[in-house]
Ligand binder design. Structure first.
Ligand code: DGJ
Length: 745
């Protein structure tokens, strides 16, 4: 009996155990691809990016930087990143699995789960006729069936790699992309000095340096339309140093091809390694993806230099001129723009007079800015009329064609301003199409500059905006140039068209904008387009694919411009920088600068004027004529040459820029004094760079009869100019000089 009880008890205990099915943890089978490559090399002439699928199939970034030769040797010593999380240097870190320092992709699934784990399934590498090598790496989550393709385009000669991502919902239910960045950059260094660009109206591209702390540092914009004003989607990273150098050290530059909300996040994990994630800002933009649907991110550009920031930005410039900017490096014409000279107060006579004077000074294009349109609500101030794009016949009874013909008759091209993404509350368009306005249902629509934004996510609005462009072009067959403006950000976003899918708005707006400008380019390939947004609030490599140039800033004070152009030039080449001489006291700052200084500063970009020429004295007009004429001798170097920044206005009271033609046979030097120097002090020494060491150059100062350099007009060895440099007598604030260098046969 004694023995029987425990046995029975045991039996009783066993019954439920046998009845209950033992629960197994479901382990998805992650098939190991038949061939797992040891590494995936992505190469340019001077750089290598090395990726590798781990034996488990996770894709890691092992290296990015200067060429390291045979990767096998590198692999022998490679010990991995030190991250204590154990996440490893995932080439495209996702939310799920072992938590990475930051996630480029985060997905919410229909069952409420938020984990994604991506495994390598294969890759291809192809080269196109132009020599661009495209590597496509396929990744997959075997539980949710989400698929990701990482696309790396390697531009060999320019040392630029463009990366974007395609995300496909391979599952049977809709998913939501909570985070969908373009690319991740994984770096290991002792220190990271970040150079970034914050800005505001009339204060764009202000260079800022940050020694990256542990944790996260973010650069972002959530402006919707004027996305690059609070910050530009671009950066430079100097590695292993806390000192910025134009000529020394390892530097990475990056830029995003996107004209909307963006974020660039720099996360330094406890081991000191850095993850840089760049892409569309996902704030208020969770993106639904139906089964089978694909989301394609914009491209993130990256380049590396072993010789300081100068080379990194020259790489980007060369790449942009060859592959990105619309029709670069075509020479965009010098121009007179009517805005600061006339604002809204003009009639035909005013404009004809300006055209005469522009022709007289040797300019090549006249641009009629804001104020030419609106009938019921004439655009005589900024309070009304946007949206009603018909000519104001009271102001311009002869119409646009007669103005354009007059300009052509004088040998000038003709340009016109539009702001087609916007509508004034006081306009016929707002009365007829309130549903086209960006607005949050039931709420007041915030105004800024007395205007509202049109909902470009709506295809009907896209058609309308294209129609505005087409109708404007139809006003005359002599319209050669269009200035496309965009004067306010998006507030209180909302789209009648998108219904319950409001979080698509920010992405759909930019896609709508690109659709329109793409269509414009198909129909009007030759028209020169300037991208303006209250000055430089839309300066990015996304827009530049369709635009020939940008309006760098509404701030035309040459002193301020030196800094703005310098900052802009770190990322974007001079050929896109619209740069105008305006009146003094300057309308934005009240500052008074000499005319020659204004001309010499504007000449370091696409030179233009923006004032009433009648207010210039004859002597001043003559100086303008002389400077414009000389500009035509060397502007091809500014447009297509390599830029060497020799003195920074952020670091002292001088700025010096040298553009060297690609074959190094010609160069042009700009030198500006931004502060007073007593004569007891030394001359300003400018040491040139980038010349051909084997050659001699004749050096001539332009635009003056009294040179600030003792050696003006002589011929010098490149070594002398680069080694000893040129000692310039530039003592006064606003002294400026332009030198043309020509290699001797
Ligand atoms: C803002 C631009 O930046 C200016 O150049 C000028 O075009 C005005 N808009 C016109 O309203």
């Amino acid at each position: 009996m004694k023995r029987f009880i425990p046995l029975a008890l045991l039996l009783l205990l066993c019954i439920p155990l046998r009845g209950e099915k033992k629960k197994e943890i479901q382990r998805p089978v992650v098939p190991v691809p038949e061939v797992v490559p040891q590494i995936i090399p992505i190469e340019t002439d001077h750089t290598q990016l090395i990726l590798r699928p781990t034996p488990k199939g996770l894709l890691e970034t092992l290296y990015y930087g200067a060429r390291i030769g045979e990767p096998q040797v590198f692999l022998k010593q490679y010990r991995g990143r030190g991250s204590r999380s154990g996440a490893g240097p995932l080439a495209f870190p996702v939310a799920g699995g072992i938590t990475p320092p930051d996630a480029a992709l985060s997905v919410a699934y229909a069952d409420g789960s938020c984990n994604t784990e991506l495994y390598y399934t294969g890759h291809t590498q192809t080269q196109d006729e132009a020599g661009v090598v495209t590597t496509v790496i396929s990744l997959k989550d075997y539980v949710t069936l989400l698929e990701v393709r990482l696309v790396y385009e390697a531009y060999r000669q320019e040392d630029v790699i463009a990366v974007h991502t395609e995300i496909r919902n391979g599952g049977k239910k809709a998913v939501t992309l909570q985070e969908y960045a373009s690319a991740a950059l994984l770096l290991s260094a002792e220190r990271y000095l970040l150079t970034s660009f914050h800005g505001d109206w009339a204060k764009e591209m202000q260079m800022e340096r940050t020694l990256l702390p542990y944790g996260r540092h973010t650069i972002e914009s959530r402006n919707g339309t004027q996305a690059t004003q609070p910050a530009n989607p671009a950066f430079l990273l100097s590695l292993d140093t806390d000192r910025f150098s134009e000529t020394e050290g390892r530097v990475i530059a990056g830029a995003l091809e996107w004209s909307g909300n963006f974020s660039l996040r720099f996360t330094r994990d406890p081991s000191g390694d850095l993850t840089v994630i760049g892409g569309i800002h996902a704030a208020a933009a969770a993106y639904p993806l139906k089964p089978g649907e694909v989301f394609e991110t914009p491209r993130m550009l990256q380049t590396f230099s072993n010789a300081g920031a100068g080379q990194a930005s020259r790489n980007l410039h060369r790449w942009a001129r060859k592959w990105n900017i619309y029709r670069a490096p075509d020479i965009n014409p010098t121009l007179l723009n009517s805005w600061e000279g006339a604002y809204f107060q003009f009639n035909t006579q005013t404009l004809l007079g300006m055209i005469d004077d522009a022709a007289g000074m040797g300019l090549e294009l006249f641009v009629l800015d804001d104020g030419w349109f609106g009938t019921k609500y004439p655009r005589n101030n900024s309070r009304q009329g946007l949206g009603d794009w018909e000519v104001n016949a009271e102001k311009l009874p002869e119409g646009i064609d007669s103005l354009a013909s007059y300009a052509h008759g004088k040998g000038l091209k003709f340009g016109i301003w539009i702001e087609p993404e916007m509508v004034s509350p006081r306009s016929r368009l707002a009365e007829e199409h309130p549903d086209w306005v960006v607005r949050s249902a039931g709420r007041e629509i915030p105004e800024s500059r007395n205007q509202w934004v049109l909902d470009l996510s709506n295809p009907a609005v896209q058609d309308f905006v294209f129609g505005v462009f087409a109708r404007t072009m139809a006003l005359s067959d002599k319209i050669d140039y269009v200035k496309w403006d965009c004067n306010r950000p998006v507030y209180s976003f909302g789209s009648d068209y998108l219904g319950t899918q409001q979080t698509r708005f920010y992405v759909a707006y930019v896609q709508g904008f690109y659709k329109i400008v793409r269509r414009i380019r198909e129909r009007y390939p030759d028209v020169i387009l300037q991208c303006c947004a209250s000055g430089g609030a839309r300066v990015d490599y996304g827009a530049l694919r369709y635009f020939n140039e940008v309006w760098t800033s509404d701030n035309t004070d040459a002193l301020e411009r030196v800094r703005i152009q310098y900052g802009t030039g770190l990322i974007y080449p001079a050929c896109v920088q619209g740069s105008h001489v305006s009146a003094v006291p300057n309308h934005q700052t009240g500052n008074v600068t000499p005319l020659k200084f204004r001309l010499d500063v504007a000449a370091a970009g696409r030179l233009g004027m923006e004032l009433q020429p009648r207010n210039l004295t004859e002597a001043e007009q003559a100086l303008c004529r002389r400077c414009i004429e000389s500009y035509k001798q060397y502007r091809d170097i500014v447009f297509a040459g390599d830029l060497y920044r020799l003195a920074s206005p952020y670091e002292g009271d001088a700025c010096a820029l040298l553009f060297v033609s690609e074959d190094r046979s010609r160069a042009v030097l700009f030198s500006y004094s931004l502060g007073f120097r007593s004569r007891a002090m030394r001359d300003r020494t400018v040491r040139l760079q980038g010349l051909d060491a084997a050659r001699h150059y004749r050096v001539r100062e332009l635009n003056t009869d009294k040179s600030c350099w003792w050696g003006d007009g002589g011929i010098y060895e490149a070594d002398y100019l680069m080694g000893n440099g040129m000692d310039l007598k530039q003592y006064k604030m606003y002294d400026s000089a332009i030198f043309l260098l020509e290699a001797q046969p």
